[in-house]
Design a protein around this ligand. Structure first.
Ligand SMILES: NC(=O)C1=CN([C@@H]2O[C@H](COP(=O)(O)OP(=O)(O)OC[C@H]3O[C@@H](n4cnc5c(N)ncnc54)[C@H](O)[C@@H]3O)[C@@H](O)[C@H]2O)C=CC1
Ligand SMILES: O=C(O)CCC(=O)C(=O)O
Length: 454
């Protein structure tokens, strides 16, 4: 082992010791640290300034009690989190996740990923993430509102347009952002639009933010495919999830001439060989907050609901697939799923979700020559468009959909090219994981060096 590799291994040991039991955070930290040996060999100044140790340690971690009253008058209790990870490039920026599985380690892994993702956008945003173990599923609007108001009663002291700017993630969409913003405005007695993003365009939000993560993921995949003279035209595609990211990934794939033949939610998956009816899926998921079984019962035709097996199994049916877009949650695609994708002739996998592929799956896909885009690069379009929302708020301006979508397109092309070119510079052409980790890290590390020991 070289001296640089030994130093990195020591940093990882410290991560394990300081953060016991936080397996998802360990996984995310290991993936980044594993990419950095060639960087610190060229730049020993990063080791001298303990940049790696500092980048793995959040600047601040806030954990708080969130009591609220349900519709039957019972007091309920949840736990809230905000991890303010790194502000070398700008105010902390990252979403809020409301899901019963949320623990401190979940938020730390997401916040850590966010540092490098936000750096890749080239925009002035630091990294952070937050959330709660609150489950919005099955709750009335009034219950969600009371929870959001109680959550903001504590969060408001830690955020601000120049300090920390939360947005949505799993379980947090336009409805929740509205309730959170309403409570913040009431507490501060001022209309500080830039304190949250993902707002409705009717009151300070940006057009194209809703579409941005899914569209951006497909733009990244399109650029990757183009390096091998391939495209989405007539491609058969699997998308996991059926939330915000999944829906707008499907929309963009369809615009580019592809055919999405399967989607999922936490209750199972739909195989729809004639192609997903997106208007119906939007109605079921965005309007009615229903299950994919509701989609199947109304779709008719050849659409099938499957509650056994995995959405990735579709890869080997009917002549295979060309692209897979995991857009649900972390570690949802393992090495067996990767084997199914490879057997089905998959050309490219782009992560719309954060860390949806296990390390073994990534290794298998890369070894088989499948183009692989890590989430911190492929799904950066969401946070990038949040930064565009902040720009509009700061200048009290509103841009058109087309102008914002064009900027998103350009940002995603730049993110793709940075990852590709960085991988080439470091002798690993085609390795987008290495390219993304190094390009994101170097931008943050240089800013940290410039700011001194803080
Ligand atoms: N919303 C955004 O702008 C961004 C989201 N992401 C990531 O994209 C992923 C999806 O987020 P959203 O679409 O915003 O959330 P969402 O709440 O709109 O949708 C989540 C989807 O994933 C499914 N899902 C959740 N847990 C699951 C599980 N354990 N098994 C199977 N399916 C499951 C849900 O059924 C739902 O269809 C997450 O990893 C999130 O961190 C990444 C970048 C930005
Ligand atoms: O738009 C944002 O600020 C956050 C998006 C997010 O949470 C993510 O990129 O994972």
């Amino acid at each position: 082992m070289t001296a640089a590799a030994q130093s990195i291994s020591a940093v990882y040991d410290t991560v394990l010791r300081r953060n016991p039991g936080e397996l998802e955070f360990h996984q995310a930290a290991k993936e980044v640290l594993d990419s950095l040996t060639p960087v610190v060999e060229r730049h020993p100044e990063y080791l001298d300034a303990a940049i790696l140790e500092r980048i793995c340690e959040p600047e601040r971690q806030i954990i708080f009690r969130v009591p609220w009253v349900d519709d039957s008058g019972r007091v309920q209790l949840n736990r809230g989190f905000r991890v303010q990870y790194n502000s070398a490039l700008g105010p902390y920026k990252g979403g809020l996740r409301f899901h019963p599985s949320v623990r401190l380690g979940t938020i730390k892994f997401l916040g850590f990923e966010q540092i490098f993702k936000n750096a890749l956008t080239g925009l002035p945003i630091g990294g952070g993430k937050g959330g709660s173990d609150f489950d919005p599923k099955g709750k009335s609007d009034a219950e969600v509102m009371r929870f959001c108001q109680s959550f903001m009663m504590e969060l408001h002291r830690h955020i601000g347009a120049e300090t920390d700017v939360p947005a949505g993630d799993i379980g947090v969409g336009g409805r929740e952002i509205g309730y959170l913003f309403g409570q913040y405005k009431r507490l501060h007695n001022r209309y500080e639009s830039g304190v949250l993003t993902g707002k409705s365009p009717a009151w300070g939000g940006s057009l194209a933010r809703t579409e941005a993560t899914g569209y951006g993921t497909v733009i990244f995949a399109r650029e990757m495919l183009a390096t091998r003279n391939e495209s989405f035209d007539r491609a058969r595609v699997i998308v996991s999830g059926s939330g915000n990211v999944a829906i707008y990934a499907i929309e963009k794939v369809q615009q580019l001439g592809g055919n999405v033949v399967a989607v999922s939610d936490s209750s199972g998956y739909v195989y729809d060989p004639d192609g997903i009816d997106l208007d119906l899926l939007k109605q079921v998921k965005e309007v009615e907050r229903g299950r994919i079984s509701d989609y199947v019962s109304r779709r008719g035709g050849r659409a099938e609901l499957r509650t056994n097996g995995r959405v990735w199994d579709v890869a080997t049916e009917d002549g295979g697939i060309q692209v897979a877009l995991p857009c649900a949650t972390q570690n949802e695609l393992d090495e067996n799923d990767a084997a199914a994708l490879i057997a089905g002739g998959c050309l490219a996998v782009a992560e719309g979700a954060n860390m949806p592929c296990t390390p073994a799956a990534v290794t298998a896909l890369q070894a088989a020559g499948v183009l692989f885009a890590p989430g911190k690069a492929a799904n950066a379009g969401g946070v990038a468009t949040s930064a565009l929302e902040m720009q509009q708020n700061a200048s009290r301006d509103t841009w058109t959909f087309d102008y914002t979508a064009d900027r998103l397109e350009q940002i995603m092309i730049n993110v793709h090219n940075q990852c590709k070119e960085t991988a080439e510079v470091y002798g690993a052409a085609g390795n987008y994981v290495l390219g993304a980790n190094i390009a994101g890290f170097v931008r943050v590390a240089d800013a940290m060096l410039a700011l001194g020991v803080i």
